[in-house]
Design a protein around this ligand. Sequence first.
Ligand code: HEM
Length: 500
Amino acid sequence: MWPVLLSISLVLGIWFRWRYKNRRLLEIAKKMPGPPALPLFGNALKFMCQPEEFVRVLTELIRDYGDVLRFWLAADLNVVVSNPDDIKLLLTNNKTSNKGPQYKYMADVIGGGILSGSGIAWRKHRKIATPNYGKRAIESYNDIFNKEVDWLVDKFKSLCKSQEIDIYKYIVQCTSYTVCQTLMGLSKEETMGLPHLQNLIDNSPTLYNIVFDRMTKWYLQIDPIFWLTKSSQQQKQFKQQMTDLSTTVLKLRMKKLADLDDKLYLMNTIEDSLKNTQLSVIDRFILSNELDSKELIDETFTVFTSSQEASAKISSFLLLMMAFHPTCQEKLYAEIVDVLGSEDKPITDDDLKQMPYLEMAFKEVLRLFPIGAMMQRTINEDIAISSYTIPAGSSLVVPVYHIHRDPRFWEDPDSFDPERFTQENIKKRPTYCYIPFSLGPMDCLGRYFGAKLIKTIVVKILQKFKATSNNHYKNLRVIISISATSLDGFHLNLTPREVE
Ligand code: HEM
């Protein structure tokens, strides 16, 4: 009996002490609309649902409490902001340039690289990496993009014509091999020899599910409980494999750099951005001498994981949408044939620039299926927005998925309609109701890389195949697991155009 009473008193003592220390936060939170919160848990139990239910829970909260609402995840006060102008102000503000506490669960898996990190190290590392994500660098990746996508097209040609295939698993292999040979600077042979590569490609969706589970289920945030789960074992194994892969990449690049005479010149000259095609991101991290060995491993894996899955998912969604919407597909096909004919030729930036409908369809896919479906930032100092002051110490939540489907800005928001992105229609909406790459200092570093790779994949596939599906768009089940994804995969029939 005594131990129980003692434990209860201890918990209550901690709780009252926390409330006293955070009385200002509590006072401000009280003025914000939001669901009633339980002692200790806050509103954490609300999010204890299946991933497919998560969208509905948040939709109801936004519907019931409006553009600014608060909920508590135990001691963490979260403020959800859905007004585009407030979002612009918040995401571009220095007072929010720290990722929120939920990113810890991402860092537990992929380490504290640019994607999950914040603070001085994040700033320094982002600056080092940036030249390789710029337009000039992306232009220099042309050959590899085309070669790898040609491999993908050949793969689809070799699969049985009448068979329905889950395209994602082939596309993600193509994007992964592309990233290794561009941002990481490896040859194809070196890429194919990387330890655990296929395993890491196959298992990264599971890992994202584990991260999202921890983000949304309070009991999995208690480490000793998480350690007892199967997910914890999977995470440990994945981390080990990821470390082996990153160590191999680093060794290969260090060996190459040892033979490169003017490497420091390449890195430090004011012409750096003109010469950036000779150094990979990994080379830059090594040559900077700013990163210790753990940071080098974390950043190496971040280069991989931040890019290959996002590109593969959006390519798959775009092809799926074309299959669900044959009229849109025919319009895009006509545009492709107009620019390229049916010739097998490498796709260039100029070709892509001449495809406005492709750009519109791409944007519409990013609207419906955002990669950062929900983002969280820590508020470092009080910030006044249109209707409230968001207090220091709380977490900002930007519900991108919901803003992208908010009926105030999007007519018939769940329907797929690339015409929303004509210049004329764009002008009719507030600018920041569409933020697929986020905004401000922590925006997506790989937007040009991703856009070009995805477009190259989609154009080359649709040039050669007609995509159809046995399913209908209205039956598509979308879930949020960090990014929006299709619960049932990406199944398509690809019929070669020449046999039509
Ligand atoms: C169309 C595909 C993509 C979309 C829609 C997208 C979207 C995003 C979004 C919304 C964020 C912010 C996430 C957050 O703050 O929680 C982000 C961050 C990031 N993305 Fe992308 N991404 C895409 C592809 C890529 C690719 C291909 C790369 C790499 C080549 C990449 C590299 C990164 C990195 C490094 C960050 C972290 C930036 C930072 O925190 O400083 N992304 N991306």
